[in-house]
Design a protein around this ligand. Structure first.
Ligand code: HEC
Length: 104
């Protein structure tokens, strides 16, 4: 009888620890999804730049270091040269990308 009880206890313990493993596994999945979505934002900004900013000049002109407060002004000027080039959300993504990666 004791043996059966022990076996049942062990089974319960195993089930509980599997349960916890699954829960933390689920959390990890969520974290990696969030990482992926922020990677996608960066990728979107890069493809927006590559698709829209090489029309009038090459990208060497684009990938230069500027002061952070210059990027919104420059991008705004580019969009005004070519209305509809980027919508508001795209403009913000591109400005943030340059501020993070091409500013001192
Ligand atoms: C309609 C044509 C056109 C498009 C599209 C365009 N540019 Fe320009 N860009 C220009 C011209 C013309 C200049 C030089 C005159 C000036 O600085 O306004 C320039 C200059 C620049 C400069 C140098 C500015 C400085 O002050 O040194 C940067 C950086 C730049 N563009 C980035 C971009 C980015 C980023 C995009 C995409 C969002 C883009 N451009 C799209 C026409 C364009």
């Amino acid at each position: 009888m004791k043996l059966i009880l022990t076996a049942v206890l062990i089974t319960i313990l195993l089930l509980v620890s599997f349960g916890c493993g699954n829960i933390s596994g689920g959390t990890n999945d969520n974290t990696s999804e969030q990482e992926n979505s922020s990677e996608n934002d960066t990728l979107d900004a890069i493809s927006l730049i590559e698709n829209n900013c090489s029309r009038c000049h090459n990208l060497d002109r684009v990938y230069v270091i500027k002061a952070k407060d210059q990027w919104p002004i420059i991008i705004d000027r580019m969009v005004r040269k070519s209305p509809g080039l980027l919508n508001e959300v795209e403009t913000t993504a591109v400005v943030e990308y340059f501020q993070e990666n091409y500013s001192q």
